[in-house]
Design a protein around this ligand. Structure first.
Ligand SMILES: Cc1cc2nc3c(=O)[nH]c(=O)nc-3n(C[C@H](O)[C@H](O)[C@H](O)COP(=O)(O)OP(=O)(O)OC[C@H]3O[C@@H](n4cnc5c(N)ncnc54)[C@H](O)[C@@H]3O)c2cc1C
Length: 470
């Protein structure tokens, strides 16, 4: 049974630097604030142009009111559509400040909101053109589509967006293979692109002033340019420069293998705890990029990732041959020393989610007792022997949480005494509220950990999360 008493801090090598350098964390916080402010400012600006164009006065009449509110939701919806393209464009400043996990969650929320606004825009505009007569809307919709410039393309764009949104609703997404869902999701770019011409040819607010025209053209160009540069050109260029190859594949137990790679690693700026998107050039699998975290702190000579077989892509990793060429995108992720602002650190990992935390535990500057690791596993502790060595040599405190989950909704194993999760956490790590906490594991499990952390007094700004599912 796991003992819940917090043991005394173990002995180990002393810390190499007493004061923490928190400049990077402060820069990231400033980027987060600026990004949120920029989004609100852009919404304010487009609303201002609507007001300046007589939008408020138009609300006085029924027909003009429908058209005016349709224009407003269309403007706000377009702005948010572009914002969410930028959110997933892998912009390095946003990646570092928010982390992929948070960006993906934001992208999901902004995506659904912008889609709802686009639908409202279509409905209100058609209704307004039908002079407020609901029965006349089908015929009006037809006339608008065939008579107005860019409308047919906009309709095709809307169909793409509908397909993307429908397949992203959780119930539908869980029925699709990840690759199929991802391929369909790329149609969102087509959807957003096809909507552009009708805005430029018929959008009243877009052409109302030089400032408005410059704003919209710049926003569209920035979104398209960011995707082309950071999602296409840079990964290709970086992969070519790095010349990464598999050197060996080693079995780790519990259906996991570690892959060692080498290449021109002096050209890769990557931190312990980060992940990359990997394409192993072994035949048909090359078209699928899989995210895997580094499981050892990078040393400039080799990289290591540890992969558990959960499906055909991850199972194929075990049969990689030495010399296999590898393309990468990244690095990404905020489970790094960069996010740390406190000496005390708690790492909470479950199953294969321990991999980035194992690398982080190795890479962190620490004195004995600074770092506590709560390692949750069902049967075998993945990389358990390596963590035990780190505990011995670096003085981190390692607590195993083995066994099946003790109750639905609990993140602890059945070896833990029968107290509630928060009490157990506080007994294991009494000073949890004073630590930076890094959590990595499956979706539902991570939610339970977050709930306990929150109840135990950990501040959300000091909790850094990565789930292994987007
Ligand atoms: C940020 C991040 C870091 C990860 N790090 C590791 C790691 O270090 N070690 C490890 O073993 N696993 C890691 N994973 C999980 C790993 O990416 C998936 O298990 C793997 O991609 C499954 O592919 P598959 O074809 O074997 O399985 P499938 O049967 O296709 O899918 C199994 C599960 O993995 C999800 N998945 C599949 N492909 C992807 C993808 N390209 N992106 C995101 N999710 C996907 C599916 O939605 C499904 O839930 C990580 C995932 C994320 C998001």
């Amino acid at each position: 049974m796991t003992t819940l008493a917090a043991p005394p801090a173990p002995q180990g090598v002393p810390s190499t630097s007493a004061a923490l350098d928190t400049r990077a964390a402060r820069v990231d916080a400033a980027v987060r604030t600026s990004a949120v402010a920029a989004l609100w400012l852009s919404l304010l600006v487009v609303t201002y142009w609507w007001v300046a164009g007589g939008g408020v006065q138009d609300l006085a009449g029924w027909e003009t009111g429908l058209l005016s509110s349709g224009r407003l939701v269309g403007l706000v919806g377009s702005d948010l559509l572009l914002a969410q393209v930028l959110l997933m464009a892998r912009l390095p400043w946003l990646e570092r400040a928010f982390g992929q996990d948070r960006l993906a969650r934001l992208h999901r929320v902004v995506g659904f909101v912008s889609f709802d606004l686009v639908l409202a825009h279509v409905g209100l505009i058609v209704w307004g053109y039908a002079a407020g007569d609901l029965l006349a809307t089908p015929a009006t919709a037809w006339d608008l589509t065939v008579d107005y410039p860019g409308m047919l393309l906009a309709l095709a764009g809307l169909v793409c967006l509908v397909m993307v949104v429908v397949t992203s609703v959780r119930a539908a997404r869980s029925r699709l293979r990840h690759e199929s869902w991802h391929l369909l999701h790329l149609y969102a770019y087509l959807g957003v692109g096809l909507a552009l011409p009708h805005q430029l040819w018929t959008g009243q607010e877009l052409l109302a002033s030089t400032a408005a025209t410059v704003y919209w053209w710049s926003a569209w160009a920035a979104a398209a340019g960011a995707v082309l540069v950071w999602r296409v050109a840079l990964p290709l260029w970086r992969s070519w420069r790095l010349d990464l190859r598999v050197t060996s594949v080693v079995a780790e137990g519990d259906a996991a293998v570690s892959v060692y790679l080498t290449g021109r690693l002096d050209r890769l700026r990557v931190e312990a705890g980060q992940f990359l998107l990997w394409r192993f050039l072994t035949g048909p699998g090359w078209s699928r990029a899989h995210p895997y975290s580094l499981s050892a702190a990078p040393d400039g000579r080799s990289l290591r990732l540890t992969v558990k077989a959960l499906g055909d892509g991850s199972a194929a990793v075990a049969s990689l041959r030495p010399g296999t060429r590898v393309l990468v995108e990244g690095p990404f992720g905020r489970l790094t020393a960069r996010a740390r602002t406190r000496r005390g650190v708690l790492l909470v990992g479950s199953g294969v989610g321990i991999t980035p935390l194992r690398a982080l535990a190795e890479g962190l500057d620490q004195a004995p007792g600074d770092v506590v690791v709560l390692h949750r596993y069902a049967r075998e502790p993945l990389l358990g022997a390596e963590l035990a060595v780190l505990a011995r040599e670096r003085g981190l405190r390692l607590v195993g949480l083995p066994g099946p989950r003790r109750a639905p909704g609990s993140w602890l194993g059945d070896g833990v005494p029968p107290v509630d999760d928060t009490t157990a956490l506080l007994r294991l790590v009494p000073d949890v509220a004073e630590r930076d906490v890094f959590v990595c594991g499956p979706d539902g499990w991570s939610d339970s950990v977050l709930a306990s952390l929150c109840a135990a007094g950990a501040h959300p700004d000091h909790v850094h999360l990565e789930t292994f599912r987007w």
